[in-house]
Design a binder for this molecule. Structure first.
Ligand SMILES: [Zn+2]
Length: 152
């Protein structure tokens, strides 16, 4: 499936459902009541997944439930509707849902996690490994020099 076909699929859903699309620079937003989503142009499996996820906030299940349920509902809908579901898209969904788990844990007990048997956990899958950040060569050199001067 080409990225052009992915973009066309998203455009077709928006046309059929009367959903307006606004440009967005990073990630995405959605308003169910205004039937509008804000997304980056669909140019890859990832931007396709995010676009469908935002559409899921308008068309998917559990959207009137608390945040974590709504996020899971939007991903559930995205996965069901997607014409292709690549490992990169699954990873995006897993990381996105996990970021809300971390957010809820920081705000516990005010934000509750979904029940153990809720589909949220199936959609997230195993907790993803944190991404290792690549330190640019220039910064690595500077750190080495500082270690030479100051020790450790
Ligand atoms: Zn979302």
């Amino acid at each position: 499936m080409t990225s052009e076909e992915m973009a066309q699929h998203v455009a077709a859903i928006c046309r059929d459902e009367g959903i307006r699309v606004l440009p967005h620079s990073r990630g995405g937003r959605a308003s169910k009541s205004h039937k509008v989503i804000a997304i980056r142009p669909v140019k890859s499996a990832i931007t396709y997944a995010v676009a469908l996820h935002e559409l899921g906030h308008v068309l998917g299940p559990w959207q009137s439930q608390p945040r974590l349920y709504a996020e899971a509902g939007a991903w559930k809908w995205a996965k069901e509707v997607a014409l292709i579901w690549t490992p990169a898209m699954a990873d995006k969904m897993s990381r996105s849902l996990h970021s809300y788990v971390l957010w809820a844990e920081r705000r516990a007990p005010r934000i509750k996690l979904p029940e153990d048997d809720h589909e949220f956990w199936m959609l997230r899958g195993d907790a993803p490994e944190p991404r290792t950040r690549k330190v640019p060569a220039k910064q690595r050199r500077r750190m080495r020099v500082l270690r030479m001067i100051f020790g450790r």
